[in-house]
Design a protein around this ligand. Structure first.
Ligand code: IVH
Length: 583
């Protein structure tokens, strides 16, 4: 970030406001932030300090007084019954102490309890229920008006459409929509294959998913929700935050899985530490701890500023990062021929494990980050699981760093490489590329697809290298004597593999469909297609319209399926599978 500190406070404040607005848009509108939350918070903090020192410089729509996003085009606006506020953030324990001191002064002489719960790094949502029926779901937007995303939220099975245990009347339930860390990795792998830009972290993936105008896409994403608060609610239903959580849980909502109570700064800090130690085990990403006064009566008296309540504060954990050297960028070939650049790193420890490689997704991503071979880089775990290069330390360049150029020939087979208009992916166009075959076989045999035990990565690469298998149907012609020729292959394992392969002939249709790796067809869609059409033959003759009539199948997927079946090579492949006895 640039912007001189030597300018007048007015000039600096103006610059900060523009910068904050830009990053707000990148975060909320585009779901593609370019700076970390911490860097954003620093900009906001600096602006706040200037405004406090020079109150004349503050105006009504300063970002220090407003919350993030504007409503998006394409969604109906939804006005919240009670404003959706944000939280004051801090990275310092001393400010937690200040918070407790401040609160104590206001509710002086009274007993109070604080709760400490995970700060879920998702997308804020407000669900409106009337007499236990979900009538609307809205994003936060500018705090007053968000986007009506009801249709998208209705595709999330764990969010009750009807919750008879909720009290009668209108109730706004607030929480976060998130993408589980495990799903995030899979989604990005699929996006790399499909030539779509990867998401930087689970929160962006959740935001990007929720902003889909096509709910069928949302349905395939595996989003979940967690709920911790409320807007409007019928009076008298509870007197505390924890009381409200109990009520939510009983009514069938997912609530924070751990919650601590504290009556002093020391206890609060201890809870923050404890949460910090276990938060990586949660299914969702967390970026902090939220401290809240539990009593609703005390909350009311503490009140709020324009932007955030005075009865709560968020303590944010420092992101776990490490710096290392980018030794090289190698290129991997995926099952659909997509070339994925991979960072080869000097090994380094981040969030408890040793990292030596990180996917760079595609060439554009490398250029966007201005990454060069030989650079010193900052590594973080995206979604706390997958290592990612988040920043280049440009100031540490020695001048010998080299720019990366995507090869114009496939590194595996030497075939031509192309890039389709409007796509970020480069693809090897040779259908018999051994690297593609390798990935196709791995995918076909994997647990989530045809589930063939013994046909893992190393077995597949032996089969491809020895030319025993030249296409998927080839595995069904493998016989024991040929397998025994392979390295480290004994009588018993060869026998087991042959029978595992034979056993896979009767797998259900959806496994076969998913295993064949049709572009855009994931496991969820494969199940729905199989349920609808019943046989491969009926599916093969379905029109684009027939396909689109299936839940979760949009135009892009329908076209891709049709194109796949229309390919004569695919017809040959299916015939060979039939002849080999695949049911
Ligand atoms: S309480 C009046 N509790 O973090 C605002 N918020 O950065 C009450 N968040 O706007 C919010 N986990 O979207 C609360 N356990 C939690 C939370 C949480 C995540 C979000 C929420 C909030 C934002 C502030």
């Amino acid at each position: 970030m640039s912007g001189s500190n030597e300018k007048s406070p007015q000039a600096r404040a103006n610059w900060l406001r523009l910068e904050i607005e830009k990053h707000n848009n990148l975060y909320y509108q585009d779901a593609a932030p370019q700076i970390t939350d911490q860097q954003f918070d620093e900009l906001l903090r600096e602006l706040k300090e200037i405004e406090e020192q020079f109150p004349d410089l503050q105006n009504e729509d300063s970002p220090t007084l407003t919350v993030g996003g504007k409503p998006l085009e394409g969604f109906a606006p939804a006005r919240h019954l009670v404003r959706m506020q944000s939280l004051d953030n801090t990275y310092k324990e001393s400010e937690v102490t200040d918070f407790v001191t401040r609160v104590t002064k206001i509710v002086t002489g009274e007993y109070f309890t604080l709760t400490i719960e995970p700060k879920v790094d998702g997308v804020a949502i407000s669900l409106l229920y009337e007499d236990g029926k979900l009538i609307r779901a809205a994003t936060r937007g500018d705090g007053t008006t968000g986007d009506d995303v009801t249709a998208n939220i209705q595709t999330i099975p764990s969010i009750p459409q009807s919750a008879p245990m909720l009290p009668a009347g209108l109730i706004e339930i607030r929480g976060e929509i998130y993408l589980p860390k495990s799903v995030f990795q899979r989604l990005n792998e699929e996006r790399d294959e499909e030539g779509l830009p990867a998401f930087a972290n689970p929160r962006n993936a959740a935001a990007g998913s929720l902003k889909q105008l096509d709910s069928r896409i949302v349905a395939t994403r595996g989003l979940l929700g967690i709920f911790y608060g409320f807007g409007q609610f019928p009076s008298g239903i509870t007197t505390s935050g924890t009381g409200f959580l109990k009520l939510l849980k009983a009514a069938g909502f997912q609530t924070p899985e751990r919650l601590w109570h504290a009556t002093s700064t020391e206890e609060a800090l201890a809870a923050i530490q404890e949460l910090g130690a276990i938060r990586h085990d949660f299914a969702y990403e967390t970026d902090g701890a939220v401290l809240k006064i539990d009593s609703l009566d005390q909350r009311e008296r503490l009140g709020s500023t324009n932007k955030a309540p005075r009865w709560a504060i968020a303590y944010k954990y420092q992101p776990e990062q490490a710096t290392t050297k980018l030794l090289d960028i190698t290129v991997q070939v995926g099952r659909t021929g997509v070339l994925t650049p991979v960072a080869e790193l000097e090994p380094v420890f981040v969030s408890g494990s040793r990292v030596s490689r990180a996917t760079l997704h595609n060439e554009e991503e490398i250029h966007r980050k201005d990454l060069r071979i030989g650079d010193r880089v900052v590594i973080e775990k995206a979604g706390e699981v997958i290592p990612a290069v988040v920043q280049v330390l440009v100031q540490e360049r020695a001048g010998e760093e080299r720019a990366f150029v995507m090869p114009d020939r496939c590194p595996s087979c030497g075939g031509a490489v192309t890039k389709e208009e409007g796509q970020v992916a480069h693809r090897c166009t040779n259908p018999s590329c051994p690297a593609q075959l390798l990935r196709r076989l791995e995918h076909f045999a994997c647990r989530g697809a045809m589930d063939i035990e013994g046909l893992g990565e190393s077995m597949v690469s032996q089969l491809v290298e020895s030319s025993l298998v030249k296409e998927i149907p080839g595995i069904y012609h493998l016989e024991k004597p040929a397998l025994l020729e392979l390295e480290r292959m004994g009588e018993k394992s060869a026998g087991n593999l042959v029978s595992a392969i034979a056993g896979s002939k009767n797998r259900t249709l959806w496994r076969l469909l998913f295993g064949l790796g049709i572009l855009h067809v994931g496991a969820v869609a494969a199940r729905k297609l199989a349920a609808r059409f019943g046989t491969m033959e009926r599916l093969a003759s379905a029109s684009v319209e027939d396909l689109q009539a299936v839940d979760d199948v949009g135009e892009i997927m329908a076209l891709s399926i049709r194109r796949w079946f229309d390919n004569p090579k695919v017809q040959e492949l299916l015939d060979s599978l039939r002849q080999a006895g695949v049911n």
